[in-house]
Design a protein around this ligand. Structure first.
Ligand code: FAD
Length: 502
């Protein structure tokens, strides 16, 4: 892949095409990680990172609502290769600062092109190349690249706009409706009554962050969510720091401890879900006191871990409720009124501002029109190899992280895999690789991307028909299981019949 014919040519003048070995889509945590892995593991590979927005950060740039923070610890949400030295639950600013250091330390900025929205990707089997069309949002210029390999790091949801269901009467509401994904910079909420619809991690972040300033804030949920709370600190990291242990070691040791504890916890949610459920609910009761109606507002109907478990650092959501500044209502919206929302129970909740923390719009592969040799590619017609590659789609990988563990754990695993694959292709003299079902997979049952019994957040259920299919074997599924994949992906035999080279 690094031969002279694939070398980078100077930047594109209008009508010129720039060629790279690898084109990375997106400068979020996955894309910046990809750039690092290529630089360190495949020096000499020419590559660009194309990013639609004006700066890096992805999720941590798009979301600007009050209090925006991670709900994973940054020892595992951070990269394997760069120690995290702050408190475990980090703000978006802190995460972007950390990513900025990775860019600066590894001289990655020269590879990143901002304001480049990719609109189309065409594979040609004759040329064994992807042709990528992008529009520059700063100049409206159309630009074209060719790339031997596409590394899709565009995330899984549409960045421009969040998901807001339609409720009758919305247009009659006199207040302001905002979605956390497109938070208006001019939104004044001090002294106002605010209603937040939803009770996922976003709502649990927004409510305590806004509670200090508003007159009152209500979290309205259809049904309760599981929360865990605790100190925003890791005692082991604190102790190792006190002993002046090197930060590189602290990062690795704390990662291992967290991953072991998470594995034990996840395993318990399957083995003894009732016991875990009772523990989680008892912990919330301890925060809210014996008189609070935990049965109605904090006792979910689903098994723990079927949706992402939100962490509440320092119990701030519960403190807001105990202080009386925040409250929770569990009910359904019948319609909007001029003053707020009318609930099915007949109660009206009045509010000056309604925040719809109702989730994302799933977006498969960045709203890019893909074709293969002139034929439109619908990813829903493909079968995925480990959620990374897709049958019939040459020279393309997608970083789709974990839900039960930090996303970045998988970004690092996929990074190693891609670099190994590129080396393998070079050694074989192959210019094309794609996955194909093997003889033994011919009768394999094809299923939706994810088992809804196992994990079923709303955006996945709404968008499942758009996603590739999985098989009933681990190598033909995104198992969401870091603890087996951390060994299985590096051990993949790249000469297995599932990989077809040309
Ligand atoms: C509010 C919020 C909090 C979260 N917290 C956590 C957490 O604590 N732990 C966790 O593990 N996960 C969390 N997640 C999931 C999170 O999205 C991922 O962890 C991670 O940040 C995704 O990184 P990414 O780089 O793969 O994708 P993204 O962050 O989505 O970045 C993708 C980038 O690609 C760009 N892009 C997309 N399409 C195109 C195109 N056509 N052309 C050019 N550029 C394009 C986008 O502009 C964006 O910058 C959270 C998600 C949200 C929304």
């Amino acid at each position: 892949m690094n031969d002279a014919t694939l070398a980078t040519r100077p930047a594109s003048a209008p009508g010129r095409t720039e060629h790279v070995d690898v084109l990375i889509v997106g400068a979020g945590i996955s894309g910046i990680g990809g750039a690092y892995h290529l630089t360190t593991q495949r020096p000499g590979t020419s590559f660009v990172v194309l990013e639609a927005q004006a700066d890096f950060g992805g999720t941590w740039r798009t979301h600007r609502y009050p209090g925006i923070r991670s709900d994973s610890d940054l020892h595992t949400f951070g990269y394997r290769f760069k120690p995290w030295t702050g408190v475990p639950i980090a703000t978006a600013d802190e995460i972007r600062h950390y990513m900025g250091e990775v860019i600066a330390d590894n001289d990655l900025a020269r590879h990143i092109r901002y304001h480049h929205r990719i609109t189309a990707a065409r594979w040609s089997s004759a040329a064994r190349l992807w042709t990528i069309e992008a529009i520059r949002s700063d100049t409206d210029e159309a630009v074209r690249f060719t790339a031997s390999f596409l590394w899709m790091c565009q995330g899984y949801y549409r960045h421009e706009k969040g998901y807001t269901p339609h409720w009758e009467g919305m247009e009659t509401y006199r207040g302001r409706i905002v979605h956390p994904q497109t938070w208006p910079e001019d939104l004044e909420y001090a002294g106002k009554n605010v209603l937040v619809i939803g009770s996922g991690a976003t709502a649990a972040t927004l409510v305590p962050a806004m509670a200090k300033d508003v007159a009152h804030i209500t979290m309205l949920q259809r049904s309760p969510t599981y929360f865990r709370s605790g100190r925003n600190a890791i005692a082991l990291a604190e102790e190792l720091r006190e002993l002046q242990v090197d930060e590189t070691w602290i990062h690795e040791i704390v990662r291992r401890r967290i991953l072991r504890d998470q594995a034990l916890f996840t395993e318990r949610t399957f083995r003894e879900p009732d016991a875990v459920r009772a523990e989680l609910i008892a912990a919330v009761r301890a925060e809210l006191g014996p008189d609070y109606d935990v049965a109605t507002h904090f006792t979910p109907r689903y098994r723990p871990w079927r949706q992402r478990l939100a962490f509440v650092p320092d119990g701030d959501l519960f403190k807001g409720i105990v202080s009386g500044k925040a409250s929770v209502v569990t009910d359904r919206i019948e319609r909007f009124t001029e003053a707020g929302v009318m609930l099915v129970s007949g109660r009206e909740l009045k509010a000056d501002i309604v925040v719809t923390a109702t989730g994302f719009d799933l977006c498969v592969l960045g709203d890019i029109a893909f074709t293969i040799d002139g034929r439109k590619l619908d990813f829903a017609d493909t079968v995925t190899w480990r959620g990374i590659m897709f049958t019939g789609v040459p020279n393309l990988v997608w970083v789709f992280g974990y839900f039960r563990a930090s996303w970045t754990l998988r970004a690092d695993l996929v990074g190693d895999f891609v670099c190994r694959m590129l080396g393998h292709m070079q050694a074989k003299g192959a210019r094309q690789v794609e996955v194909a079902l093997r003889e033994e997979d011919r009768d394999m049952k094809l299923l939706p991307w994810i088992d809804a019994e196992n994990f079923n957040p709303g955006y996945m259920l709404r968008g499942m028909h758009l996603l590739p299919k999985r098989g009933d074997k681990a190598e033909w599924a995104h198992t969401q299981d870091y603890w087996t994949e951390k060994d299985a992906i590096p051990a993949t035999d790249l000469d297995d019949a599932a990989f077809v080279y040309r």
